[in-house]
Design a protein around this ligand. Structure first.
Ligand SMILES: CC(C)(COP(=O)(O)OP(=O)(O)OC[C@H]1O[C@@H](n2cnc3c(N)ncnc32)[C@H](O)[C@@H]1OP(=O)(O)O)[C@@H](O)C(=O)NCCC(=O)NCCS
Length: 113
């Protein structure tokens, strides 16, 4: 297991529609989204195997969701990790919207799948 030697840094990369988490300036993971008006639809989260099990996904998603709130936007948790995270962190319930078939169709079109 790799040692975590510095505080992870989370940054939003608008051009790639994602937040990234960096450890020692190396990208360790990301959570990807698409924006639908005032809703940020999270659809995939991943942490590289070398960094797994250190709580990095939790740090990443916490900072991403706080950023959504700061922007006055809302969350739609298509990503299973984000959905599970939200079940444990009720403090985001006031800005969370349900995943609907209509949102899923829209997301598929956005992602070209
Ligand atoms: C899921 C993933 C992002 C977790 O990264 P991590 O930094 O090791 O996660 P953390 O240490 O912050 O948290 C571990 C938690 O993730 C949960 N988890 C692991 N895989 C999961 C999955 N596929 N869906 C939902 N939750 C998952 C674990 O149950 C654990 O939950 P707990 O805190 O309640 O015990 C990582 O394992 C990964 O990249 N997996 C492959 C891609 C994937 O399946 N992504 C999720 C769906 S898009």
């Amino acid at each position: 297991m790799s040692e975590q030697t510095s505080t992870p840094v989370v940054r939003r990369v608008d051009a790639r529609h994602r937040y990234e988490i960096l450890v020692d300036e190396q990208r360790a993971g990301l959570t990807a989204y698409r924006d639908r008006e005032d809703r940020r639809v999270f659809f995939h989260t991943e942490v590289d195997d070398a960094y797994a099990g250190q709580g990095l996904a939790s740090i990443l998603v916490t900072q991403a969701l706080d950023d959504v709130r700061a922007a006055g936007m809302r969350i739609v948790p298509v990503c299973p990790y984000v959905a599970k995270f939200l079940k444990k962190h009720e403090e985001y319930a006031d800005i969370t919207d349900p995943v609907t078939p209509e949102v899923l169709s829209w997301l598929d079109a956005q992602l070209g799948r």
